[in-house]
Design a protein around this ligand. Structure first.
Ligand code: UDX
Length: 438
């Protein structure tokens, strides 16, 4: 059992804290957001993450996890300080490290005992050294023994708890091998491969992993766009590719592309780092461009089917960047809605979990109670997020409700032949020829 402080209570910090508590450690999660901490102390989660409330509640009852805004209380007995704060994109795509700096400074100010500082946030290569330098300079009047370890997270929103408890691997990097080994002890009960390397390599493993996953998605989307011109079905192409053990089936789903709080930020940050270090990230630039184009292609399809989109009513199903989360950051749906509104279209939408977030961010958007209200009087319906409840809709009812039966299946969830036989004009992504008759 160890005493762990987690700085930052976003989905990474909260999941990390709750899981370490569930593994038997004593965890104090701290955040500067008083409202968020107050809500956590009332059992109210700041995010929708399946299983998180139950995990937090049971560990609060077990006295293994608590929440505070008080840095001194959070750090006074901590053997490990996990930094799990946001690293949002700056104006040029670089990672904004202001919150990491604040966390390092507080550790320097509040800690007077040996501690291992663990960077859980996704940070540019070299940040571990920078954190170490900040702490060293800031606590020169009361030096205490500390080491910095990089421990990047590989948590997917919507499956973050499972990804923590059943990781493919744990990555640790440090100039102090003993410190990395101490952090490794926290993960031993997970019985997974643990890689111990140096700080910069660990930081790069995180960026390279996310950038590669984003590249796979942009690759299959480029293949999808070729399929539309050559009459092939990208879903079958991906299936045929995936049986090759060197390729695999995951992250080959063509569609509106990737969004979320990580891929867009991390790919941009890696490209920015590359340029800063005198290399030219041609592939990453193309990966981002292909991703942007996937949203624009929705507008092209709708223009092909409806002509001018001015005053046309377009329904959008799904606002979160993927299913099982209420997170709409960089969600493809939002970019599609923005493009449609720029064409003068009237857009209405529904999402099972992200309505609150959308209402706060998109004041003009007409939010409906269910998919059928979205379809009522609509000239087209766009599937943007593949929530389970959108997979088996009552299409006969949708056909009756819609003014024009045009469907854009942005996540290839529906059956083209069945829908075309019902009289819909169906557009998928890479689902065979898209010609002028569609
Ligand atoms: C990602 C990484 O998977 C995770 O390891 C890292 O720690 C954080 O970033 P996350 O952003 O939560 O996780 O979601 P993920 O499931 O990876 O999906 C990212 C985006 O890619 C979503 O918008 C999703 O819709 C899209 N996607 C995913 C595709 O378009 N096609 C696919 O085949 C898979």
């Amino acid at each position: 059992m160890s005493n762990i402080c987690v700085i930052g209570t976003g989905y990474v910090g909260l999941v990390t804290g709750a899981c370490f508590a569930d593994l038997g450690n004593t965890v104090i999660c701290m955040d500067v957001d008083h409202d968020r901490i107050d809500k956590l102390n009332q059992g109210i989660m700041p995010i929708y993450e399946p299983g998180l409330k139950q995990l937090v509640d049971q560990n609060v009852r077990g006295g293994r996890i608590s929440f505070t805004c008080d840095y001194c209380e959070a750090l006074k007995n901590a053997e490990f300080a996990f930094v799990a704060v946001g690293t949002p994109s700056g104006v040029d795509g670089e990672a904004d490290l202001q919150y990491v700096r604040s966390a390092a400074e507080v550790i320097a100010d509040e800690v007077d005992h040996p501690i291992i500082v663990v960077n859980k946030s996704t940070v540019p290569v070299g940040t571990g050294d920078w954190v170490s330098d900040i702490i060293t300079r800031r606590c020169n009047d009361k030096p205490f023994a500390f080491s910095v370890v990089s421990n990047p997270e590989f948590l997917r929103e919507g499956s973050a708890i499972n990804d923590f408890m059943c990781p493919d691997r744990v990555v640790l990097g440090s100039l102090d091998h003993d410190a990395a080994s101490s952090v490794a002890q926290l993960y031993l009960s997970l019985r997974c491969p643990i890689i111990i390397t140096d700080l910069r390599t660990a930081e790069m493993i995180k960026y390279a992993s996310n950038a590669f996953l984003a590249t796979r998605i942009s690759f299959i989307n480029e293949i999808a766009n070729m399929c539309e011109e050559m009459g092939a079905d990208v879903s079958e192409v991906a299936l045929g590719m995936g049986y090759d053990h060197r390729i695999g089936h995951d992250f080959l789903d063509a569609g509106l592309g990737w969004g979320g709080s990580c891929f867009p930020k991390d790919v941009k940050a890696l490209a920015h780092m590359a340029v800063l270090h005198g290399t030219h990230p041609q592939l990453l630039q193309a990966v981002m461009e292909i991703n942007r184009n996937q949203r624009r292609r929705v507008v092209l399809r709708l223009r092909r089917a409806l002509g001018s989109l001015n005053e046309k009513v377009i329904g959008v199903l799904g606002l979160s960047f993927k299913p099982n989360t209420d997170d709409i950051r960089e969600a493809p749906a939002l970019e599609v809605i923005h493009l449609l509104e720029n064409e003068g279209a009237i857009v209405r939408a529904y999402d099972p979990q992200a309505m609150g977030a959308a209402a706060r961010m998109m004041k003009r958007l007409d939010l409906c109670e269910n998919p059928y209200e979205v379809a009522r009087g609509a000239d087209a319906l766009v599937l943007a997020t593949e929530w389970n409840e959108f997979k088996q809709l009552d299409f006969a009812r949708l056909h009756e409700l819609m003014r024009t039966p045009v469907l854009v299946d942005g996540r290839n969830q529906w059956d083209p032949d069945k829908l075309r036989s019902m009289g819909f004009t169906y557009f998928g992504v890479g689902r065979g020829l898209v010609n002028n008759h569609d």
